[in-house]
Design a protein around this ligand. Structure first.
Ligand code: NAP
Length: 195
């Protein structure tokens, strides 16, 4: 598999979980470094070059603050790239568009932190772009609101568009993502996890 954003806080743990399960991983960064391939998730040619011959491409990129629109650009390029190579695309997205028990989205909650608005809206748009796509074999994983380094327990709940918990460790999010890689249950759809 090929992982874009492989050196970010989510991507690094996804790579670790994949290697632990014996998957061959191409780890992509925009910067040259040991053990990485250089590529930009917003460039279709990079997605095709680095994803060629792979069953799965994972997108775990996060743009810098103020550049949130890049998330949607990257999503469009990743979708176009996998449509060309035939790989499945699994995206680590955002929690903002999940439906809460109160019946509104996380993003619409009155206490949703203002500073997270741009990235949360970009994540929601990212999902909309996937849902409008007619070519790629995509899956979108929404983390819960709180996603932090922690324990790898392997025990969590799985849902679709409704929030199933407010917290998960990044290690367990990586377990859920690799479970989906190995046993696809949410093709052309979104799923979420939480404790
Ligand atoms: N609760 C939530 O909803 C929640 C919480 C946290 C994260 N997330 C989501 O999880 C994903 C990953 O977040 P993170 O916390 O792991 O971010 P992070 O630690 O900032 O890492 C993101 C990585 O993306 C890479 N990147 C950015 N743009 C890229 C591009 N165009 N092409 C290739 N690589 C690119 C950067 O690597 P280089 O600069 O080395 O290229 C960086 O290492 C994001 O979609 C984020 O929104 C959601």
């Amino acid at each position: 598999m090929t992982v874009f954003g492989a050196f970010g806080s989510v991507g690094r743990r996804v790579v670790e979980e994949a290697r632990r399960r014996g998957h061959e991983v191409t780890a992509v960064s925009r910067r040259a470094g040991s053990g990485s391939e250089v590529g930009d998730a917003r460039v279709v040619a990079d997605v095709v070059r680095l994803g060629a011959g792979r069953d799965v491409v994972i997108g775990a990129t996060r743009p810098a603050d103020g550049e949130e629109g890049q998330l949607v650009e990257a999503t469009r390029a990743l979708l176009a790239g996998v449509a060309e190579t035939g790989a499945r695309l699994l995206l680590v997205g955002g929690a903002g568009s999940l439906v809460t028990p109160a019946g509104h989205t996380v993003l619409e909650a009155p206490d949703f932190p203002v500073e997270l608005g741009p990235v949360a809206r970009a994540g929601a748009e990212q999902l909309a772009v996937c849902r409008a796509d007619r070519e790629a074999d995509w899956t979108y994983l929404s983390p819960p609101v709180v996603l932090e380094p922690g324990e790898r327990t392997g025990v969590f709940r799985v849902g679709r568009d409704e929030q199933v918990g407010e917290v998960i460790s990044i290690e367990d999010l990586a377990v859920a993502l690799l479970d989906e890689v190995e046993t696809p249950r949410h093709r052309r759809g979104r799923f979420t996890v939480g404790y």
